[in-house]
Design a protein around this ligand. Structure first.
Ligand code: ZN
Length: 373
């Protein structure tokens, strides 16, 4: 304890502090400023507003506090009674929401039940659960996961986003047409072409679609690319990412969801990395193909060019890239797309000029069609 300049006593004190994130016990200095300042040597002080402070049960002779604005398990333990009294006098809502023993027992009971049920899910019902949990994941969480995944995308595939404005406009036009036809209300999401020679495309939770220039360079007409993008939108619509994540990510992801500890922890990094690198199940691939066929038909275009593009890229061999993931084999896929071929009845998705702009979006490909119709 010390005397401050204006003579008021008990403005400073010490306490034991648990930050609620780790179990480390810290000895901290407290200052009663506009807010309670919790200072630890070498770190910026943590500020707790007095109105946020709540007393929680502690041993006699100790004021044990939590704060509404802090992690639920954060605690501050003040033993100096004079300082504790000074601190308490500034807090107006110290006694609210105090939990008695029965409430604690109830919380513990529910937590155990929840953990037990998650364990049962993990052990016995993951595939079943994945199908049913994926639609329940809040969209806000999915969007955050998508944003985190972007970092992984750029780390793995390089970060150069192609920015040719005319090319980007053409890309956005195509995606908007596809999204409208697919009934996906995500037209505002900015999607990009990445300048990497890998022939690939994928969509992330939240709706962002990536097309790699390596695939664009091999494409001969807009319908080839449109079919691939429609396939990726199918994965989004079916929430295959979340399904796969729950299926593959299993325990830590579910438990993270259960305790709301996903954003702040390694779980998000883990989850986003597996999103970017994982391939989909055979069923998910076939479902996305069906979706793409449907979307192209609705636009009056044929899905066959998509099959032709993928066949051109991989031949009969399967590849481990996500769009060309080994299920189904590209040969089977081409057969299916060919069977779904229909005479074109809708307008072209892009004009020749827009297609040329899209092909040149990275400032590399120059093999756009020459003739104007
Ligand atoms: Zn796919």
């Amino acid at each position: 304890m010390s005397l401050s300049a204006d003579g008021a006593s008990h403005r400073n004190g010490t306490a034991v502090y648990f930050d609620g994130l780790s179990s480390r016990r810290r000895t901290v200095d407290l200052v009663l400023g506009d807010k309670l300042e919790i200072g630890e040597a070498g770190a910026a002080p943590v500020l707790w507003a007095y109105d946020d402070l709540r007393q929680v049960d502690g041993p006699a002779g100790m004021l044990r506090l939590s704060a509404m604005s802090a992690p639920p398990l954060a605690r501050l333990e003040v033993r100096d009674t004079a300082f504790a009294a000074e601190l308490a006098s500034r807090c107006t809502r110290l006694g609210e929401n105090r939990t008695d023993g029965r409430a604690v027992a109830r919380i513990v009971g529910w937590s155990l039940a929840a953990v037990l049920s998650i364990v049962m899910v993990v052990l016995f019902a993951i595939p079943y659960a994945a199908d049913r949990l994926a639609p329940l994941v809040p969209e806000g969480f999915e969007r955050r996961l998508g944003e985190a995944s972007e970092v992984q995308v750029k780390a793995i595939f390089g970060s150069r986003v192609c920015t040719n404005p005319a090319g980007q406009a053409a890309f956005t036009k195509m995606l908007t047409l596809l999204r409208a036809s697919a009934g996906l209300d995500l037209a505002a999401v900015q999607s990009s072409v990445l300048d990497t020679p890998v022939p690939n495309a994928f969509a992330l939770p939240g709706g962002k679609v990536y097309l790699f220039n390596g695939l664009l360079a091999k494409a001969q007409n807009p319908d080839e690319i449109a079919g691939v993008l429609a396939h990726e939108l199918g994965h989004l619509k079916h929430r295959d990412n979340m399904r796969g994540l729950i299926y593959n990510g299993g325990t830590s992801f579910l438990i993270g969801l259960l305790f709301g500890d996903v954003t702040g922890s390694g779980a998000l990094v883990f989850a986003s990395r597996s999103l970017v690198t994982a391939s989909h199940s055979r069923e998910a691939e076939e479902g996305a193909d069906s979706f793409a066929i449907d979307v192209m038909h609705k636009l009056g275009r044929s899905p066959k060019p998509m099959g032709e593009l993928l066949f051109r890229v991989t031949g009969k061999e399967a590849s481990n890239l996500s769009i060309m993931a080994s299920h189904p084999l590209t040969e089977d896929r081409l057969k299916r797309m060919t069977a779904e071929d229909r005479p074109v009845s809708g307008p072209p998705l892009l004009t020749d000029k827009e297609w040329a702009a899209l092909k040149g979006i990275c400032g590399t490909a120059k093999n756009a069609p020459s003739g104007k119709k």
